[in-house]
Every structure is written in structure tokens, then in C-alpha cells.
Design a protein around this ligand. Sequence first.
Ligand code: PMP
Length: 407
Amino acid sequence: LNEPKVINVFSISHLICVCFLCEAELQQRSPPSLISLAGGAPNPSTFPFLSANIQLKNGQTVGFDETLMKRALQYSASNGIPELLTWMKNLQKNLHNPPTATYSPEKGQMEMCVTTGSQEGLCKVFEMLVNPGDNVLLDAPTYSGTLAALQPLGCNLINVSSDQHGMIPSALKEVLSRWAPSEVHEPGSSAPKVLYTIPNGGNPTGASMTAQRKKEIYELARQYDMLIIEDDPYYFLQFDKPWAPTFLSMDVDGRVIRTDSFSKILSSGLRIGFVTGPKPLVDRVVLHIQASTMHTSSFTQVIPKLNTHGSCHLKIVVFSCVCVDVAEWHAPSAGMFLWIKLKGIADTQQLIMEKALEKEVLLVPGGVFMINSSEPCAYVRAAFSLSTPEQMDEAFRRLSSLIKDAV
Ligand code: PMP
């Protein structure tokens, strides 16, 4: 925690990056009488777009006037457009009320930044924290995008068993018993520093963690001085209230880094995500953004503002499955996914890749969500976000016939 690994290039080029990339931000803060010859940003009068009207589904039309359009097309601050960031900080505080967070620049320990989807946030957080050879804890099956981001870092992924309620605290305790809590700060200790988990509507499992489990896992993280990466893009897709408290809401000592996403509630194509966590770590994520993408699209970041007139609705359809005799699953309480065990099928890879298309049904073979994707896996992932209940029923009839033909 005290010495986060930061990719070396950031420390070397930090000052240069800050000077070069924050010109747009400086210009915005300058008095109108100031004549700046410092800016390396293009003149917005050369951009071909003047204004735009966007029609909302609720019948309203909201506009990008010339001023907003100029901002939307120009470079902006690497941590995010201030209005969006402030709005999101308030929301985060209202939703999670993190005990360490005051969000004031003087006292605040928690910080936030906007990222290009939560995927960018996750990738940058992993790159910041994980060294080759490090042990990283996660519950597999897990999001294939997380595996794809972690595997090239040369770390050692350790699976903590999970069930329909997510990561099992006793399994975590068992894994951690390889190390004594007292040895975690010894130089060269192999004790894990990072634990990754998806607390709601897990991808691919659909599993959601109970408050009690989170408390126990947080306690273990304290004992072993680990950071928890709480990847929660399905938080707003919890079907029933009250929503379980988040790791962030329990974070008394600044060890939770949370990633949020607008992908599932506003638009996935806009690519808006957020990283929330201890300020020293979020500041380093922002440096990484400066050095790579510079910032999330300004245009994209002004769009949510337009939507303050309407609300986002996500219609979740809970459907009846028609293949209970040949498959097993747990009904999810959040998210978009069903994790289905196909009875009598040791490995779903071949069945799905070779035979499912013939039956005109497509699912994702479970192996892609495993740490070792070549091990046999009896599961498939079905997403229920895009299909109607009728289409789901028909897809499951086809899946059922596929399984019956195969066993
Ligand atoms: N985390 C999880 C668990 C996901 O399922 C996804 C998207 N499928 C992401 C992160 C990335 O989402 P985005 O970059 O669109 O916010």
C-alpha cells in the first residue's frame, strides 16, 4: 500500500506530461483577458461541427450549442471533464458513503477519475499494481477481459473458490493460510497484494456477494494488507432492493479500488467508466491516462449531461427456462448472465464451437472464463440482455436438443 508499483516511465516523464497535456485545462481556468500563446490544442473554429440536437426517448430534445460543441470537440483534462467528475463523486458518496472519503481536495483520501469504459480503468490499475511473478487472487470463472489484462503481466493467478454467492470467505482464508499475516511486509514476500472480484451479477456466473461475505473478505484483506479491486459494472443492474453494501462502503483504511461503468445503463459505445480509490493510486492511473489515451473522449463525456432530463431504464426480463432436465443453473439477482452447467457434457468447448451453430443457438463455452482455458469445463455462459423471453425460450429449446444429441 505504501509503495504502489508505478510503471517507471511515469515517474520519468511525469512533469513533461503534466505540462504538455493539461494545456486545455489551463486554458479553461484562465481569465478571459489572457492571451495565451502556450496552447498546443487545435483551433476549434477549424472543426466542421457547429451544434447538434439530440432527441431523447422521453420525447425531449436537448442541444449541443456552439459553446458545448467546442468543448466536446477539444482536448480536456486527463482525469475527466470537471462537471461529470463532480457529479459522479457526489453520486458515489451518496451511494456508498465510503468512510475514508470526504472528497475535499485538502482532506479527501478518496479520488476518482473518468476512464474509457471500466476496462481501461481495470487495465491501468492492474498495470500499476502487479509485477511479474506476483500472486494475484481472484475467483474464477471470471470476466475474460480481466484475464486478458492480467495474463500478459506475468503474474500468478490464484483461484479462490466461489459459488452462487461469489467468492467464499473460508476458501480465501484457506488460500491465505500459506502465508502468515506478519510476513506480508517482509522484503521479497510472495504474499498476494491484490484481490480482484466482481461483487454483483458476476460475469460469467451471475453471482452476487452477500454483505456478510464482503465483511469477512474485507477483514481478511485487512489482516493480509491486500488491496481489493471491486469491479462492479452490474451494480445498477441489481434486480431487488435493498442493494448489498459495497466494499467501498466498508473501506475504513483506503484499500478498495472500485471500477464503475455507464456501459450497461447509458451506453456501452460511449465508453465511460470510473475509477474510485485512494488518491495516491488514482493519481497514478491519471498519469497513465495522460501518457496513453490523454483522456476519455470529451464528446462522450458531455453526453451524460444531456441525459439529466431523462432517466435510464433497463428492462430486465426474468424468463422461464425450458431445459431443466439437461442443465443446471442458479437464478441471478443482478447482471446479464446465466452460468449453465450442461449435464453429461465434460467440456462444452467443442459442442458449442462445432455443433451449436448447426442448431442456430450461440453461447460462450465456459473455458474462456477460466484461469487455465485448456482445462475441460462443463459450463456455458448465456446472456439474457439482448433477447426477448420468447427468443430465450426458443434458444433454450435448441440448447436442450443440442445436449440431448450429444449425451
Ligand atoms: N468488468 C466486467 C465484469 C465486465 O463484464 C465488463 C464488460 N463486459 C467490463 C468490466 C468492461 O466494461 P466497460 O469497459 O464497457 O465498462
